[in-house]
Design a protein around this ligand. Sequence first.
Ligand code: AMP
Ligand code: FE
Ligand code: FE
Ligand code: ZN
Length: 316
Amino acid sequence: MKSLPRQAGLSSRAPALRPARYARRMAPEHSRRFVGPADLHLHSNHSDGTEAPAEVVRQAHAHGLRTIALTDHDRTTGWGEAAEATAALGMTFLPGMELSAKHDWRSVHVLGYLFDPDDAALRAETDRIRGDRIGRAERIVRSIGRDYDLHWDDVLAQTTPDATVGRPHIADALVARGIVRDRTEAFDGILHPREGYYEPHYAPDPLTAVRLITDAGGVAIIAHPVTSGRDRMMPMSFLEQLIDAGLGGFEIDHRENTEAGKALLRELAARRDLIVTGSSDYHGSGKPNRPGENTTSDEMVERLIARASGTTPRYP
Ligand code: AMP
Ligand code: FE
Ligand code: FE
Ligand code: ZN
């Protein structure tokens, strides 16, 4: 399997050192407090967002946000740059990640916040997922390449070094080749499973994902838990199992959740005394989602911080 090229610059430094540097620069906890509004789900080009972490932070600030979490898929390398950018703008930074999981055929995304980025078990799992995502993307591209003029190099040209590779990068390559207009058209067409090019990638069961985040001192929140269509809601009994295993809550205010689903999960969250969040799932120009289009209440941000023990927020 070919690996993504490593280039000089940010990500060629030993990745293990970056979280430590992040940790040393944190302000004393007792003297600081975050300020809202808070958006706890944004992506940079360390995964499938289109902007570098510092630019994501600037966009969030320009949209009026004062607390943000960077939640790249299966990767924490953007934390250092994002924390420097939030500090410069007087914002609070919550380190996060969107961990890929799978329940039956459903792709399930588990947001993790304030976990220890050096936790060995969690790192091993994210390494495995990211590694498998590369081979999977290559297989998808080979398959598409039989019908369209698309090559693996086209995808590499759309990724930053070591980025968590996903279908969005294949979409960007299809755009660059003039085969589709934008990511949305790619996902509605060629990249949709019904077209036959789709392949899954390795991902742990949601129970494992929740336990990994929780055992690393983090808070696990199911991202966009009630979308319509293929990835629709996991069975209620399974959600209860996830809560018993340490799940912290649900991302309820998200543009892809159905109204009926939101009502159902608000009830469950109230009954089990869980955290509920709202967020944009910003991906730069890769999706129409704008920073701050949904936000998380101060009370819920406080609960999330209080529940975590893996690391602390970076206050301004
Ligand atoms: P993958 O994990 O490689 O299967 O790709 C899924 C990712 O594609 C998700 O993280 C979304 O951010 C992104 N995605 C899904 N649907 C769309 C869409 N219609 N337009 C843009 N991005 C999308
Ligand atoms: Fe994404
Ligand atoms: Fe997601
Ligand atoms: Zn996301």
